[in-house]
Design a protein around this ligand. Structure first.
Ligand code: ADP
Ligand code: MG
Length: 280
């Protein structure tokens, strides 16, 4: 599909300010469809950064799955050095917001929601791993965290911000970005290696945080955090949750990547547990 023009859309409202620009709710004029765009100013980027961005956006286009935020289009406005990435709108917001709301209200999320998030994120991840094989590259998501997982209007989970966050965080634009890497895996700390099993670690951290409303490993310094992560000890999730859920999350949080379950094993386990049949 050829890329559209800015005036194919109208801005309906502001959603939020991200680390690299604004995210706005828009409407496609031809059919009234509500979408979002992310505004990225590439003026300060180097040639190689821009190239990386193009590669990553092309990769986004390949991904089409119920549990992945759907990419629609990109628009380049050369006169302003602006790139607009247009995707599906997720009215349910992101999981980081949901977690902080629940933390403030001192309210725990229902267990069935946690299982549902687990199942749907793993399905999305399976699709990423599959599509990577298709394009022949080896690109992990690398940035699975609550702020990158969205909910649509029906409460379905959608994994978003593919690679984009990673690319952008590596550019000169990201110099001011400082985030605590709560979800960084032990293998990233110990030998700076990353593979698909590191994505499983991050999912373990995310599910843990959904239950406990705080990450499994918290420390006052990055140095301490690395130590805790590599020791791999964490408290049980709140007692309201079943041993089964705690055990399943713990499987993802094995310090040794080879001890983490395979995605396929996990999915078949979940498909046995979760009654998938939806009410008519
Ligand atoms: P960041 O760089 O901080 O991840 P984003 O541009 O991804 O910033 O997000 C900014 C705000 O827009 C966040 O509140 C996020 O929840 C929201 N947002 C991002 N993408 C979508 C989407 N597809 N649907 C709804 N809200 C979104
Ligand atoms: Mg984001």
């Amino acid at each position: 599909m050829p890329s559209g023009k800015l005036d194919d859309y109208v801005v309906v409202g502001m959603i939020g300010s991200g680390s690299f620009g604004q995210c706005k709710k828009i409407r496609r004029i031809c059919d009234g469809k509500v979408l979002v765009w992310k505004e990225i100013n590439y003026k300060e980027m180097t040639e190689s950064e821009k190239q990386q961005l193009v590669t990553e956006v092309n990769l986004l286009r390949e991904l089409k799955h119920t549990h992945i935020v759907q990419y629609y289009d990109r628009i380049i406005d050369r006169s302003q050095s602006m790139l607009y990435i247009i995707t599906e709108y997720c009215p349910g917001g992101d999981l980081a917001t949901l977690i902080s709301q629940h933390r403030h209200q001192r309210k725990l999320l229902p267990e069935c929601f946690i299982w549902q998030v687990m199942h749907q994120i793993l399905l999305a991840l399976e699709e990423c791993h599959r599509s990577k094989e298709n394009v022949g590259g080896k690109v992990m998501h690398r940035d699975i965290k609550p702020a990158n997982v969205f909910l649509d209007g029906e409460g379905q989970v959608k994994l978003g911000d593919f690679g984009l966050a990673r690319i952008l965080h590596n550019t000169s634009l990201a110099k001011t970005f400082v985030g605590t890497p709560y979800y960084m895996s032990p293998e990233q700390y110990s030998c700076n290696s990353y593979d698909h099993r590191s994505d499983l670690w991050s999912i373990g951290c995310l599910l843990y945080e959904l239950c406990a409303l705080k990450p499994p490993f918290v420390a006052s310094s990055q140095y301490k955090l690395a130590e805790y992560v590599c020791n791999g000890r964490f408290s049980r999730i709140p007692s309201k949750y079943s041993d089964d859920l705690h055990w399943t999350i713990s499987q993802l949080l094995h310090v040794k990547p080879e001890k983490r379950p395979l995605l396929s094993q996990l999915l078949s386990l979940l498909e046995e547990k979760i009654p998938l049949a939806k009410p008519p």
